[in-house]
Design a protein around this ligand. Structure first.
Ligand code: 6XA
Ligand code: ZN
Length: 344
């Protein structure tokens, strides 16, 4: 399997985050992608390819032009306002305040207009890194479109929390959604996105919520206790034409393999019944038992099984890297999915 990777991911590094009342080193750090890359090479998964640069048009199929302009320019605006450090939003609208239907004038109000949290900052080069992560997903999709059975887009920063016009949860551009749209724009009739990351992919859900040509199935920590908290319930099933094409599997804290697998198999059957022509896997491995910010109990060997069962779809498949923070096992867990897939 080809891996698409660029060292340009180093252009994004938030440095710190606020975690349960403490300022700590961010969990979403550049070392993550290097660990996965090292494992890809160690097991001889296949060639590692630098993605080309794509036009913004491919990204505008998913994200709004005003949001992209904002992401690109906000750091310069922050500096022009005389501020040092990184760009952080910090004040959001409460439900008692009227919602806006256009971006507000002030920099800080606009920052919250285009975000839902402060998991990650915007640095001078975050825009470039996020663009390159999207390039990585697009190059992976193009490899599959040209006949590869599967490809691995080793994207960083991750993407599944980013919506049409917002960032959050360490995500700026929705790499998996951009890849899914690439498949649709190049002849695929129906794409399934299978999100096995520990967190609900609220951005992906928002992007495709009213669409019937993308089925999203997501297994994740129940929003009653887990980030991103406000979305990811089973009752969110899609809207309009998209009704029935959004499948959430919220699971309790402490979920182990057997319970996780039961939900996975249910989602597997529903994806199969949808008869997709291509598959995108939002590949987070933070369901791992030792993940420092997650509360599921999967073990390394289970990621092999996940890969094997994904291969059973017998579909053109793109794996897109999302979360996973247990750095000691991150490479093994992510590449186990790919090896499980290849070995099947
Ligand atoms: C913020 C937690 C962000 C979770 C990011 C993630 N404290 N999403 O792994 O899949
Ligand atoms: Zn996650």
């Amino acid at each position: 399997m080809k891996t698409f990777y660029t060292a340009d991911h180093h252009l994004h590094h938030s440095g710190m985050e606020l975690s349960f009342g403490r300022i700590v080193e961010t969990f979403e750090k550049p070392e993550r992608a290097e660990i996965v890359l090292r494992r890809v090479k160690e097991v001889g998964l296949g060639p590692v390819i630098e993605p080309p640069a794509y036009d913004r048009a491919a990204i505008e199929r998913v994200h709004t032009p005003d949001y992209l302009d904002f992401l690109q320019n906000v750091f310069a605006e922050w500096r022009a306002a005389g501020r040092d450090g990184e760009v952080w939003p910090y004040s959001w609208r409460h439900r008692s305040m009227p919602m806006l239907d256009a971006p507000p004038a002030s920099l800080d109000a606009r920052l919250s207009y285009y975000s839902f949290d402060m998991a990650g900052s915007i640095t001078e080069t975050t825009w470039q890194a996020a663009r390159r992560a999207a390039d990585t997903a697009l190059a992976g999709a193009d490899a599959v479109l040209s006949g590869e059975r599967a490809a691995f887009a080793l994207c960083r920063p991750p993407g599944h929390h980013a919506g049409r016009d917002f960032f959050g949860g360490y995500c700026y551009l929705n790499n998996a959604a951009i890849a899914a749209q690439r498949f649709l724009d190049n002849g695929h009739a129906r794409v399934a996105i299978f999100d096995v990351d520990y967190h609900h992919g609220n951005g992906t859900q928002e992007i495709f919520y009213d669409r019937d040509n993308v089925l999203l199935a997501s297994l994740h920590g129940d929003p009653d206790f887990e980030f991103p908290f406000h979305l990811g319930y089973a009752r969110e099933r899609g809207a309009g034409r998209g009704e029935g094409f959004n499948l959430n599997y919220p699971l309790p804290a402490g979920t182990g393999w057997l319970e996780w697998q039961a939900a996975f198999e249910d989602a597997h059957a529903r994806i199969g019944a949808y008869a997709p022509t291509a598959l995108v896997i939002s590949l987070g491995v933070d369901a791992f038992k030792e993940d420092p910010i997650s509360q599921f109990k999967l073990e390394s060997e289970h990621f092999l099984t996940i890969g094997r069962r994904i291969a059973d779809f017998a579909l053109p498949t793109l794996f897109v890297m999302e979360g996973g923070y247990a750095v000691d096992a991150l490479g093994i867990n992510a590449v186990n999915v790919l090896q499980g897939f290849e070995g099947a």
